[in-house]
Design a protein around this ligand. Structure first.
Ligand code: PLP
Length: 409
């Protein structure tokens, strides 16, 4: 798709972007935390509550059948979006966090004392703490792949961490702080050559670029709908079917069983239902389809190009500000810019930016080991989505230029 983007038409689908904060039209630059949701997704939620709210899979009645069809349609759409071999490889969770906890718990149950898991220095806590919890249950050691100062992974050092005991590498596709796009296909190949599996945290990738789990040869791939223009409360775990079949259930309850017997001989449902205990968030799952429609209409290639260009433009603009340091300067970054300004605390900068209508994130971004690596407590983070423009980057730079003299007094 090469037609130029009509950003005004895209923006008009997001009524929240008209909101004013402190008397100014909001400049929303906290998309890495959660993106905004187009009206069609909100309408899809309302439509489900209005017309077909009924519990899925359980009933034979019309509403239940319709609710189930909507949920299963989304499963097929998600599988197609990431080029999974089938929709039975798609498990719905509450988010990326729950998807990774599921793997750490269920795949973790297949690991033995002495096994090793590799994470990286740039991981979100969601891709560190579940492995640490596993290491409290079993004698599993966690190794950490180091970074280069520009915020890219040291791939040679990563490769040296593998031993015959390495079972899994857990790595972000895109860093939520640095914006670095990791070469996950090469890392998957490396893991497989060493007889290990790979879990890719795709939370920051799926909204910005095409993802093909088959081409990557990912064993596990996790992401959240709310970061890709979808509703909250919905996450996805893609896993190879043979892994899902080998793994024990994560939680027990309704819907995930074959037959429950009080003598302990309970059997499990087929995958993926074995991993979906209880009533899922079927309404938000159904509405997630509309977010995929939105992305499909705009075109993920155009979204990627827009993000790369806008991110590069904003980084160039910010780097002209005296005393400003950007963390993560890899080539072809996702549009996420974490920075600090000498003499100003990140929190104060964020507060004052809000007074000028600019919404950014401040703090450690759930990546404290990464903050430790750079010797900082936190950063300001501006992250961009398809509805952001150069005007938004200009507004951020102008607001910084206004507030920094006040903070540096
Ligand atoms: C890289 C990364 N992984 C995991 C998560 C956790 O996602 P969620 O809170 O939707 O489970 C986030 C959220 O910020 C993230 O950026």
């Amino acid at each position: 798709m090469n037609a130029p983007l009509d950003i005004a038409a895209i923006q008009s689908q997001f009524p929240i972007l008209q909101r004013e904060v402190e008397g100014r039209r909001i400049v929303y630059l906290d998309n890495a935390a959660t993106s905004q949701t187009p009206q069609r997704v909100v309408d899809a939620i309302t439509d489900a509550y209005t017309h077909y709210k009924a519990n899925v899979h359980r009933g034979v009645h019309t509403l239940s059948v319709e609710a189930t069809e909507h949920m299963e349609l989304t499963r097929r759409r998600v599988a197609a979006y990431i080029n999974a071999p089938g929709s039975d490889c798609i498990v719905f969770t509450r988010g990326t966090t729950e998807a990774i906890n599921l793997v750490a718990s269920s795949y973790g149950a297949l690991l033995s004392d002495g096994d090793e898991v590799i994470v990286t220095q740039m991981e979100h806590h969601a891709n560190i703490v579940p492995w640490q919890l596993l290491s409290h249950r079993k004698a599993i050691s966690i190794k950490v792949a180091p970074l280069h100062p520009d915020g890219t992974l040291d791939l040679a050092a990563l490769e040296r961490l593998f031993t015959p005991a390495t079972r899994l590498v857990a790595v972000a596709h895109v860093s939520n702080v640095l914006g670095t796009v990791n070469p996950v296909k090469a890392i998957a190949d490396m893991a497989h050559r060493h007889g290990a599996r790979i879990l890719i945290d795709g939370a920051q990738a799926v909204a910005h670029q095409a993802v093909d789990v088959t081409d990557i040869d990912a064993d596990f791939y996790a992401f959240s709908a709310h970061k890709m223009y979808g509703p909250t409360g919905v996450g996805v775990l893609y896993a190879k079917r043979e892994l899902l079949e080998a793994m024990p259930p994560y939680q027990g309850g309704g819907e995930m069983i074959g037959h429950v017997r009080l003598d302990g001989g309970t059997t499990w449902a087929d995958v993926p239902y074995k991993f979906e205990a209880g009533t899922p968030d079927f309404i938000d799952i159904a509405a997630f389809s509309s977010a995929l429609d939105f992305i499909g209409e705009v075109g993920i290639d155009r979204i990627e190009r827009h993000g790369r260009e806008l991110g590069a433009y904003a980084a160039e603009l910010l780097s002209r500000i005296d005393g400003l340091t950007i963390y993560g300067t890899a080539e072809a970054k996702a549009p996420v810019i974490a920075f600090n300004v000498a003499g100003a605390h990140h929190y104060d900068v964020g507060m004052l930016l809000d007074r000028l209508g600019v919404a950014v994130r401040t703090g450690h971004h759930c990546a404290q080991p990464l903050m430790d690596y750079y010797g900082i407590e936190g950063t300001i983070r501006a992250s961009f989505a398809i509805y952001n423009t150069r005007d938004d980057a200009d507004a951020l730079a102008a607001a910084l230029t206004r507030i920094l003299p006040l903070l540096r007094h």
